[in-house]
Design a protein around this ligand. Structure first.
Ligand SMILES: *Cc1c(COP(=O)(O)O)cnc(C)c1O
Length: 392
């Protein structure tokens, strides 16, 4: 590489390292399941996004293989050219049935779904109202849309209403929020957001990446949690609770037809591969037949959250599978996480700029498949390390 550019990268890396913000990849030698091999060592995994523990489901693996045998390993094109198969259509129908929406459109990831939807449903002259803790893919979608973006305080309905009042526009208004926030694990106040949207004539879009398969009696997500039937636009991902990968949007027929014609991340992306689609079909079928998997996840989350609180840790309250254990300082948090790993529990520390200064945390996530014994063992290790480091 051109030496002057090489030195640019070196200088930047040096700067990141001086701020102690260098990111490193960790190597898994096995699948994301309750207990797994990380760089050759066995750990209880308490940080996977595969909340339902279905990433290693035998039926899903078999369905993935069958799909590959029938359709091959790749889709061969974008959905609008040569990449659309009966599998894709079956999965869209299955997700619409599961979520209880009119129609569904698949995207290659949740990230691309957010970017594609936001940048196509609003544009110049429109206004987006976005929660300050929204996911990076929402932020990027807002930027690409060229609509004016107004950030409101996290889950703060007074702040949202003030913004809605102040922003006079003859264009469209879109309120966009995570359903479940990825770092705090709290739930957006959807009933209040919907009622403000009605009052100020805005659309509502919910990114339910961490709500799908987690919240509600049937695991349909944030809307079910609140008993709400109609959200204008819902985005989801198959990469979290559902254990595979890919994103989707659910909503009305007209919305879906519009996205097929306008969402650039749909139009110009190769369709998802048959194996992924086959596996996801099996997972959704299982979830609809056995909602008790979701109940087990909810039980595990409540048990772990309550037990750690009782031990004296500062755990954020909540009802989701994301359990943030606040330590405060970035250095102490990394030390805590490293000690956990030495003792056989994998739960990484999260620090600024991902979370606000002074709120560095261990971001624990639980799976439906963790046994009570595994959770108890982990709680004991957290307690030992907490005492050792003077946190509790
Ligand atoms: C993970 C995540 C996404 C992105 O989903 P992918 O399918 O991984 O691209 C979007 N929004 C939120 C809130 C997420 O947590």
């Amino acid at each position: 590489m051109n030496p002057s550019y090489e030195s640019f990268f070196l200088e930047q890396l040096d700067k990141i390292e001086k701020q102690q913000l260098t990111r490193h990849l960790r190597r898994f030698d096995g699948p994301n399941q309750c207990e797994t091999l990380i760089e050759g060592r066995k750990n209880i995994l308490l940080s996977s996004n595969h909340y339902l523990g279905l990433g290693t489901d035998e039926d899903a693996k078999r369905k993935a293989n069958e799909a590959i045998n029938q359709f091959g390993i790749g889709s061969g094109g974008s959905r609008l050219t040569t990449g659309n198969s009966s599998l894709h259509e079956q999965l869209e129908e299955a997700i619409a049935r599961f979520k209880g929406n009119e129609r569904t459109l698949l995207f290659s990831s949740g990230y691309l779904a957010n970017v594609g939807v936001i940048s196509s449903v609003v544009g110049k002259g429109d206004v987006i109202f976005s929660d300050e803790y929204n996911h990076a893919s929402i932020i990027d979608g807002c930027r690409l849309s060229r609509a004016k973006t107004v950030i409101y305080s996290h889950c703060n309905m007074e702040s949202l209403e003030r913004a809605l009042k102040e922003e006079q526009t003859s264009g469209k208004k879109l309120i966009v929020t995570d359903g479940v926030f990825s770092m705090d694990g709290d739930i957006a106040p959807l009933p209040e957001i919907k009622s403000l949207a009605r009052q100020y004539e805005a659309m509502v879009m919910v990114d339910d990446a961490h709500g799908t398969g987690v919240l509600g009696k049937l695991g349909k997500g944030t809307a079910e949690h609140f008993g709400i039937e109609d959200v204008d636009i819902t985005v989801g991902t198959m990469s979290k609770a559902l254990g595979t990968e890919g994103g989707f949007v659910t909503g009305s027929s007209h919305l879906i037809e519009y996205l097929k014609n306008r969402a650039r991340t749909f139009i110009f992306q190769t369709a998802l591969s048959p194996g992924v689609i086959g596996a996801t079909l099996a997972v959704i079928e299982k979830l609809m037949k056995q909602p008790e998997i979701v109940h087990k996840l909810q039980w595990n989350a409540a048990y772990l959250r309550n037990s750690l609180t009782k031990k004296g840790f500062n755990v954020l309250e909540g009802e989701t599978a994301i359990i943030p254990l606040i330590i405060g300082g970035a250095k102490e948090t990394l030390q805590f996480s490293a000690r956990l790993e030495e003792r056989g529990v994998f739960a990484p520390g999260i620090r600024p700029p991902t979370v606000p200064e002074g709120t560095s945390r261990i971001r624990i996530t639980v799976m439906a498949t963790h046994s009570k014994e595994q959770l108890d063992q982990a709680i004991d290790i957290f307690t030992d390390v907490g005492k050792e480091l003077g946190i509790i």
